[in-house]
Write a protein that binds this ligand. Structure first.
Ligand code: NAD
Ligand code: UDP
Length: 327
């Protein structure tokens, strides 16, 4: 990366965005973080405020924005089912209008732009593992559609801006990623299980726990995003980024219990509508084109995540406020 690069990160106060802002600053960039704090928090980026190359703008990406930048990482969008279903219309608007506004900005200032797309565009997949060539199996009117279809429409917009306006785009399809700075109330499975285990509360498995996911540690994912942005303009994707090691949700619960030494019981809750049965990325493209593969094993990443939540929960004042968001 060039030292004087000005980089915009939308959703920069969220889980992934805050790590990305930090790594971009470490690499010498000038970082503008844009967020409306829908699911992100100021505390995620508090340590960056005051850094001479960091700037925070409170802004909703559904509204136009003008800033002079060289690169844009478009991450703004709640990622947890519990949160993106809280205001589904706003979720679709964030993906679609957010993409239009950020693509418009990229066009105007000649910036490169990376979209944080998702494995959810594959829906409940009938091809396993999922290669980028798979078109997916999405319910367009279900509870997850506000996120899935919003992200799919954003992908369309990215490719049409490339074809129609010759924009330099990058489309990353991110699979389940976890790590420190997930919100304790985030509602996603890793943060839920870790917080429940540390507090000795019941661990809530939805359904039988036979559904699978593949979990990528945040540092690996951020590394993949930055490599993608740094790759030549001919590398525009879509590219899957995730960890191909696949686990059932029950196995995840058992690992969390073992690593925390918790006495929590496993309880079962109804499986949410359209919950994908299995998910694992085919990452051969990322491997060949970006020379990228995740390095962190689940047990190692979980230990670091547990360490983070343990420290957070040591602040007893948090406890009253801690209800893990359960679907
Ligand atoms: P997150 O919810 O922690 O972060 C999203 C951030 O976007 C939050 O800070 C939120 O306040 C902000 N935001 C939401 N709506 C906005 C709006 N209208 N204007 C401005 N800011 C807005 O989620 P995350 O896990 O950090 O995900 C970041 C991105 O990566 C999302 O686009 C998500 O779809 C994508 N992604 C994440 C995962 C994952 O497993 N973490 C997987 C696939 C895709
Ligand atoms: N899940 C669960 N208990 C929880 C939270 C999630 O069993 O407390 C399951 C959920 O049903 C899904 C998987 O864990 O099958 C991953 O859920 P998450 O919300 O993290 O992300 P998704 O991949 O579904 O978007």
């Amino acid at each position: 990366m060039h030292l004087e690069n000005r980089v915009l990160v939308t959703g920069g106060a969220g889980f992934l965005g805050s790590h990305l802002c930090e790594r971009l600053l470490d690499a010498g960039a000038n970082v503008i973080c844009v967020d409306n704090f829908f699911s992100g928090t100021r505390s995620n980026i508090e340590h960056l405020i005051g850094h001479k190359r960091f700037e925070l703008i409170r802004h909703d990406v559904t509204m136009p924005l003008f800033v002079e930048v060289d690169e844009i990482y478009n991450l703004a969008c709640p990622a947890s089912p519990v949160h993106y279903q809280r205001d589904p219309v706003q979720t679709t608007k964030t993906s679609v209008l957010g993409a239009i506004n950020m693509l418009g900005l990229a066009k105007r200032v000649g910036a490169k732009i990376l979209q944080a797309s998702t494995s959810e565009i594959y829906g409940d997949p009938q091809v396993h593992p999922q290669p980028e060539s798979y078109w997916g199996h999405v319910n367009p009117i279900g509870l997850r559609a506000c996120y899935d279809e919003g992200k799919r429409c954003a992908e369309t917009l990215f490719f049409d801006y490339k074809r129609q306006h010759n924009l330099r785009i990058k489309l990353a399809r991110i699979f389940n990623t976890y790590g420190p700075r997930m919100h304790p109330n985030d509602g996603r499975v890793v943060s839920n299980f870790v917080v429940q285990a540390l507090l000795g509360r019941d661990i809530t498995i939805y359904g039988e726990g036979t559904q699978t996911r593949s979990f990528c540690y945040v540092d690996d994912l951020v590394d993949g995003l930055m490599r993608f942005m740094a790759a030549g303009d001919g590398v525009f994707g879509p590219i899957n980024l995730g960890n191909p090691e696949e686990f059932t949700i029950r196995q995840l619960a058992e690992q969390v219990i073992a690593l925390t030494g918790s006495r929590s019981r496993i309880v079962h809750r109804p499986i949410p509508q359209d919950d994908p049965h299995q998910r694992r990325p085919d990452i051969s493209c990322a491997h060949d084109v970006l020379e990228w593969a995740p390095r962190t094993r689940l047990s190692e990443g979980l230990k670091r995540t547990i360490g983070y939540f343990d420290a957070l929960l040591a602040d007893r004042t948090m406890h009253g406020r801690l209800t893990t968001a359960v679907a």
